[in-house]
Design a protein around this ligand. Structure first.
Ligand SMILES: [Cu+2]
Length: 185
């Protein structure tokens, strides 16, 4: 029933908004208290409070909505869900992380052809971070053990080269040695 959360970008967006609700209540409570219970300290004419608060709330709400709407397309789960839904010519790669190495079904990819990384961990929390050859981090996944389904992320490599993989979740004494290399041609 709740599949839309995973298969539709708007589902992920709705979940993100859902988790903002407690902050919204907290915000309204503070504004209410300042407006009706503790109006003494300010030198502003109390009659102007409703107007100032209205402007303030409208500004915050507008900024909040704007930032969320503009940035939603950059959320990896949203882009991944949208791309998988759209379909196309993907390269599918299975990644299994364990202490302290990766099993990767295929380490060579083509420029411009989207790669679906399906990754999971079989022992403890590991990371799967891919770095551009110039050192920039392109994306990272946090892999939790015990999940039934693999975590998925679609990435399209736009330049050939050697892309380093590193674990970015501390996973034990050889965490620093948990590395790999992907080749893009
Ligand atoms: Cu690690």
């Amino acid at each position: 029933m709740l599949d839309f959360i995973y298969t539709d970008g708007w589902g992920a967006f709705a979940v993100m908004l859902f988790f903002q609700i407690p902050f919204l209540f907290f915000f309204i409570r503070i504004v209410y208290r300042k407006a009706y219970k503790n109006t003494g300290a300010s030198e502003t004419d109390p009659q102007k409070y409703p107007l100032l608060e209205g402007i303030w709330i409208a500004t915050v709400v507008a900024l909040f909505v704007l930032v969320n709407v503009l940035s939603v397309v950059y959320m990896p789960p949203v882009t991944t869900a949208a791309m998988i839904k759209k379909g196309g010519d993907f390269q599918e790669v299975n990644v299994t992380a364990r202490s302290w190495f990766y099993e990767i079904s295929n380490r060579e990819y083509e420029v411009g052809r989207p790669v679906i990384f399906s990754a999971k961990s079989v022992d403890t929390v590991h990371g799967f971070a891919v770095y551009h050859p110039d050192g920039r981090i392109l994306f990272t996944m946090m892999l939790m053990p015990g999940l039934e389904e693999a975590s998925t992320l679609v990435h399209t490599f736009t330049e050939p080269g050697e892309y380093k993989v590193r674990c970015l979740e501390y996973c034990g004494i050889v965490h620093h040695g948990m590395q790999d290399v992907l080749i893009v041609r």
